[in-house]
Design a protein around this ligand. Structure first.
Ligand code: PGA
Length: 247
């Protein structure tokens, strides 16, 4: 199975900064063969990013999507617009969308279905809050998010990102044991849903992944990649993550 490492830039980088990043990053990762490398810039930088990555081993993702194809939805972007702008993937269900924009499981499922219909690959995010973890509810939350998010959805071109909310942007990474335990559980639920086909699904970790902890995380049996926020904003640190070392 190929690894999958994606940069989630969130609300960062102008068009100029996007070009500057990619011009310095691309040469550092051009020989990487066994990892899919995906960049998720803000919408305003998408077209510049698409130009910069042309002919390289990088691919583009959006950070969000709307489920309708066109019409009176002020501020929204449709699945086919993302494809048109050069995206091959889209992040859906990120905890910041769930938290600040009240995207519930039903909305996440609707977005997932729309993205699949347009042929986009999914980076489907799930994860528990600190309160949920401390109350011993982690696995229940994960099960609910996976089953509701993926209701009536097949497993093609699906990447699941486990992002414990308490680890996002906090510098507090999950330990390799914590990550491995939840990833193994996700693998089990996916097996219940998809049988042997579930073995092709990459389960990636997100939440303060850095050059310092990536090697340990990637050594976990069920960690197949990473979704990286803060540490993906500098070409040097994201290159080191993509060029992680097998330990
Ligand atoms: P972080 O963000 O690496 O800054 O913790 C990860 C994410 O939210 O995807």
């Amino acid at each position: 199975m190929k690894n999958f490492i994606a940069a989630n830039w969130k609300m960062n980088k102008t068009i100029g900064e996007t070009r500057e990043f990619l011009r310095s990053f691309i040469p550092n990762v051009k020989d990487v063969k066994d990892t899919d490398i995906v960049i998720a810039p803000p919408f305003t930088s998408m077209s510049a990013a698409a130009q910069e990555i042309k002919g390289t081993n990088l691919r583009l993702s959006a950070q969000d999507i709307f489920w309708e194809e066109k019409g009176a939805y002020t501020g929204e972007i449709s699945p086919s617009m993302l494809v048109d702008a050069g995206c091959s993937h889209v992040i859906i269900g990120h905890s910041e969308r769930r938290q600040y924009f009240r995207e519930e499981d039903v909305i996440v499922n609707r977005k997932i279905k729309a993205a699949k219909k347009a042929g986009l690959g999914l980076i489907f995010c799930i994860g528990e809050s600190l309160e949920e973890r401390e109350a011993g509810k982690t696995l229940d939350v994960i099960k609910r998010e996976v089953e509701m998010g993926l209701a009536e959805v097949d497993s093609d071109n699906l990447v699941v990102a486990y992002e414990p909310i308490w680890a996002i942007g906090t510098g507090k990474t999950a330990t390799t044991e914590q990550a491995q335990d939840v990833h193994a559980y996700i693998r089990k639920i996916l097996h219940n849903l998809y049988g042997n086909k579930s073995e092709e699904i990459r389960i990636i970790y997100g939440g303060s992944a850095t050059p310092d902890n990536i090697d340990g995380l990637m050594a976990c049996q069920d960690v197949n990649g990473a979704l990286v926020g803060g540490a993906s904003l500098k070409p040097e640190s994201f290159s080191r993550i993509v060029n992680f070392k097998r330990v």
